[in-house]
Design a protein around this ligand. Structure first.
Ligand SMILES: NC(=O)c1ccc[n+]([C@@H]2O[C@H](COP(=O)([O-])OP(=O)(O)OC[C@H]3O[C@@H](n4cnc5c(N)ncnc54)[C@H](O)[C@@H]3O)[C@@H](O)[C@H]2O)c1
Length: 316
């Protein structure tokens, strides 16, 4: 593929807005689309705040920051993405919703465009099957937050071509990321291993093995993880964690992947994690319900981190 000049990002939530910022900061014109106008306003605010903080800390010149902001445009009209060389989907983790979108994108996108999904666990081959270009469909799994985390997991569907793989890998490297490649099985590499650990932490809490603080502190200090699994779940979003567990359970057919009832209950109650102000921990009132240990501080640090990724970042 010729040089990638324009990218479309679909979904302006925590991942999509971060991916859009990363692309714009790397000299690519970006259209960011979301069906929810409030999500687009939040994305615009996130991006300008992030760029401003890079400029104020000297990581980015004022001119480069302004250029990045100019390169990023938000739209509620999907058709604006028609001239994109690559479209990266980052909408809700639900196969039927993603399939509907891929079918629409296939009609809108130019013939040479690559359609990439940031899915955490859904089969790329099945998303590709609703398009007429399965050889140009690929998984491009960014870690959270995309501007900071060093890794991109590339997932080849059953029909993904070598050319699509090479172009996607080159794009990920242009973003300064390290690439790993997974075959198309539920959860790929990172979430196949991470999510059962998070689910097990919920079981430990559910069955009264320990408090949430002790579970997190145990894993943080006992296994040298940068944050505990329950804190990490809040950071990722409990709805996202639950969706991934359901996909692992259905796709691998083993009861050990059954989502913990406590995780299900929190999601049912709207306790989706940091993005809703409450998940395992309560972030609405700093004095109440926040982890006693350093868990929350680790997360707050995540928000403040800038261009230079650090070894201890971790979220998928
Ligand atoms: N949260 C994480 O840590 C993480 C990490 C890696 C990958 N992912 C994956 O990234 C994707 C997005 O996750 P997120 O955490 O950003 O979710 P999110 O809930 O923050 O954002 C999703 C956005 O998609 C929008 N949306 C939903 N349906 C849409 C449609 N049909 N068209 C356009 N926009 C639509 C919503 O309005 C929302 O703004 C999921 O597939 C998730 O599994 C998440």
């Amino acid at each position: 593929m010729a040089e990638i000049k324009m990218i479309g990002v679909v979904g302006g939530g925590q991942m999509g807005s971060g991916i859009a910022l990363l692309a714009a900061a790397n000299g690519i014109h970006v259209w960011l689309h979301d069906t929810d106008p409030n999500a687009l306003s939040r994305a615009q605010k996130y991006v300008s705040t992030f760029v401003q903080s890079l400029v104020s800390k000297g990581h980015l010149s004022q001119a480069a920051g302004s250029d990045a902001l100019i390169r990023l445009q938000c739209t509620s009209n999907l058709e604006d993405l028609q001239s994109a060389d690559v479209i990266i989907e980052a909408i809700v983790e639900a196969e039927d919703v993603k399939k509907k979108l891929f079918s629409e994108l296939d009609k809108i996108a130019k013939g040479s465009a690559i359609l990439a999904s940031n899915t955490s666990s859904i089969s790329i081959s099945r998303l590709a099957s609703v398009t007429n270009r399965p050889q140009q469909v690929i998984g491009m799994h960014f870690m959270n937050p995309p501007p900071i985390m060093k890794l991109i997991e590339i997932v080849r569907g059953a029909d993904t071509s070598d050319e699509t793989f090479s172009s996607t890998k080159a794009l990920a490297e242009r973003f300064g990321k390290t690439v790993i490649c997974s075959r198309d099985y539920p959860g790929f590499i990172v979430n196949r291993i991470l999510m059962p650990m998070i689910n097990e932490a919920f079981y430990a809490l559910y069955t009264g093995v320990a408090t949430k603080e002790d579970i997190d502190t145990g894993m943080r200090l006992g296994t040298n993880h940068p944050m505990g699994p329950l804190t990490l779940a809040d950071f990722i979003g409990l709805d996202v964690c639950l969706s991934i567990m359901k996909i692992l359970h259905a796709g691998l057919g083993d009861s050990r992947y059954a989502p913990c009832p406590l995780l299900v209950q929190y999601v049912d109650a709207g306790r989706l994690g940091r993005k809703r102000g409450i998940g395992v921990y309560d972030y609405r009132n700093p004095k109440k319900g926040k982890p006693k240990e350093k868990e929350a501080k680790v997360e707050e640090k995540e928000d403040k981190k800038e261009t230079k990724p650090k070894e201890n970042d971790a979220a998928s």
